[in-house]
Design a protein around this ligand. Structure first.
Ligand SMILES: Cc1cc2nc3c(=O)[nH]c(=O)nc-3n(C[C@H](O)[C@H](O)[C@H](O)COP(=O)(O)O)c2cc1C
Length: 178
């Protein structure tokens, strides 16, 4: 099971590197370059054949991908900022350009080029996406410290019941108990 502290480990995309991927028309990965594999922590073999949402981070609002798909299906280029999740639960931010690939005027696949972004953009978009998810899902991110004793209890229940620590906290605070 991935521990929550791993969610906070960032991998930075080197400034001279470009992450490249291609997908079929349903968003299943057909090609991943070595940089994509290195940054995401998946081997190319683990990426190819999987939906691109394999790197979807829970901090990303649905609206962003809805807009992306609308744009590329209409023949446009979608440009935007994405926080992706690594295989080990860590994250990386990218600026992405996603668009269709055409052969004889027919849409045959999609491609995406992604490059690094600076710290201020990461902060700006983390805030924007946090706000969007509040309105989309009614959920927000909290980061806090609890006593080791309580944390041990939480881990024990999580392991015994096979329920994530987040879900247990949500349940304890829900209307059903208080
Ligand atoms: C070429 C291409 C590249 C994409 N790149 C990403 C990406 O880097 N991260 C991501 O979460 N979704 C990416 N998507 C969008 C996913 O297909 C998917 O819509 C998104 O992850 C939301 O998944 P969900 O609706 O299953 O939650 C990409 C789609 C295409 C066509």
């Amino acid at each position: 099971m991935i521990n929550s502290y791993q969610y906070f480990i960032e991998t930075t995309v080197p400034s001279d590197e470009l992450i490249v991927s291609r997908t079929d028309l349903n968003g299943y990965i057909t090609y991943a370059n070595d940089i994509f594999s290195n940054i995401s922590g998946y081997t190319p073999g683990e990426l190819v054949g999987k939906p691109h949402s394999i790197v979807r981070h829970p901090d990303m609002p649905h609206l962003v991908f809805k807009k992306m798909w609308e744009t590329i299906l209409l023949g446009g280029i979608w440009r935007g900022y994405i926080k992706n999740m690594r295989k080990d639960g860590g994250f990386y931010w990218v600026y992405a350009e996603v668009s269709g690939v055409y052969k004889d005027d027919k849409l045959v696949e999609f491609k995406s080029l992604r490059s690094p972004i600076d710290e201020s953009k990461k902060r700006e978009f983390q805030n924007t996406y946090d706000e969007l998810r509040k309105s989309e899902e009614g959920s927000c991110r909290i980061v806090t410290n609890i006593s080791i004793e309580n944390y041990e209890k939480l881990k024990k229940i999580s392991n015994e019941e096979n329920i994530s620590e987040d879900k247990i906290l949500e349940y304890i605070l829900s209307d059903s108990l208080f």
